[in-house]
Design a protein around this ligand. Structure first.
Ligand code: EPU
Length: 352
């Protein structure tokens, strides 16, 4: 099944969210922003808010500044039946070029401070993951130093169980704070399924922050391990380029590296419009130039998948999230260039 076909089977937004008419919806969003005291912006673009620097206009962008405010704003959106999605640093998202007619709740401003208490650290979802790794090392706390160079927010890392160099964030999570019914609720880390770049969190769940349980070690040793991981990353992955990290997962249970295999297929430097396979690491798609489009990156990604299927008989699974402009599957089915998120694939048994 192609990602397009799979996409049509998926619901980005839960089915019971009735989309109100545009004017009513706009009035509702304005009112929700006013009552919750959350900043609202119109006409921003995914091209400004994601690391791939492509993607269309966002109808409404809401920017809460605290965990409680974020919980209450999504609670109110839920109550009003207004479709929404949450965005962190936008470092793992490819959003399509059309106008996205749903509310994007940005967690970038929900950053606060990292609060250390013995071997624990509590941090909000919008906090920078690289900064957290540096602060933990300074405090003599080990467990996340392998994640040091991963761009993104803590919330994004939790959402997809980010990992590198032997460390995954899920291994050290004591509790995750999640928005439920407009409130902040603690979910024990052991109740969450932490898989390879995937978790049991569902579309429609907003992660607000977490408490990590780390282990004491000498700060210099931790820093040395973090520098080593960063050094490897710098040497083997594009850096400073417009990318979303690895585009595809490694084929589960095979020990294969997707990047190595794409490289061996001779696809480094392969280009579609403003998107190309990174000459540094073949599992990275990077974009270049003002004119780059999400459609270029997606066309290139689909070309890679097609060749991978032909040459290796393996169906590559997206590691980046594909965000379509449509808020329901019927709309997605109408637009040939539309695509929707991949998060629900496992829940719906679509994964290969
Ligand atoms: N290789 C090539 N050519 C390439 C890319 C890689 O020959 O174009 C070779 C490397 O030389 C190495 C092997 O393939 O011998 C594995 O490469 P690498 O160490 O880069 O590991 P990977 O499996 O490609 C995974 C993660 C990365 C993570 C690194 C380090 C996935 C999809 N990728 O990459 O995560 O940083 O290991 O732990 O799991 C991400 O999640 O976005 C990401 C980049």
């Amino acid at each position: 099944m192609t990602s397009f076909a799979a996409a049509i089977h998926l619901e980005v937004m839960s089915e019971d969210r009735i989309m109100p008419g545009t004017e009513t919806r706009d009035a509702q969003v304005e009112e929700i922003a006013r009552v919750t005291g959350v900043r609202a912006e119109r006409g921003r673009r995914f091209a400004e808010l994601t690391s791939l620097r492509v993607g269309g206009v966002i109808d409404w962008l809401l920017l809460p500044e605290s965990e409680a405010q974020a919980a209450s704003v999504v609670g109110a959106l839920e109550d009003a039946g207004v479709a929404w999605r949450v965005l962190g640093a936008g470092s793992n998202v490819l959003a399509d070029d059309r106008e996205h007619r749903y509310v994007v709740v940005s967690m970038r401003e929900v950053k606060g401070e990292a609060r250390f208490d013995g071997e624990r650290v509590s941090v909000s979802a919008g906090f920078s993951l690289p900064r957290l790794c540096v602060e933990a090392a300074r405090q003599g706390l080990s467990g996340i130093e392998g994640l040091g160079g991963i761009p993104g927010t803590v919330g994004g890392a939790l959402w997809m169980n980010a990992g590198a160099y032997e460390h995954e964030i899920g291994e050290v999570v004591e509790t995750v704070r999640v928005a439920r019914g407009g409130k902040v609720v603690d979910v024990p880390g052991r109740e969450v399924k932490w898989d390879y770049r995937h978790t049991s969190f569902k579309e429609g769940e907003l992660l607000l922050g977490c408490t990590l349980r780390l282990k004491s070690d000498e700060p210099e040793k931790i820093k040395a391990r973090m520098d080593e991981a960063k050094g490897k990353r710098f040497a083997t992955q594009p850096h400073g380029a417009r990318s979303a990290g690895c585009f595809f997962k490694n084929p589960p249970g095979t020990g294969f590296s997707t990047g190595k295999m794409i490289d061996e297929m001779g696809m480094k430097g392969e280009r579609r419009g403003g998107a190309l396979v990174s000459p540094v690491h073949a599992n990275f798609i990077v974009t270049e130039g003002e004119g780059a489009k999400a459609a270029d990156a997606l066309a290139l990604a689909e070309e890679i998948r097609e060749r991978f299927r032909r040459e290796h008989g393996i169906e590559l699974e997206y590691e980046v999230e594909l965000w379509g402009a449509a808020t329901n599957s019927a709309e997605a089915a109408e637009g040939a260039d539309a695509f929707v998120g991949t998060k629900g694939a496992k829940e719906q048994g679509e994964e290969k």
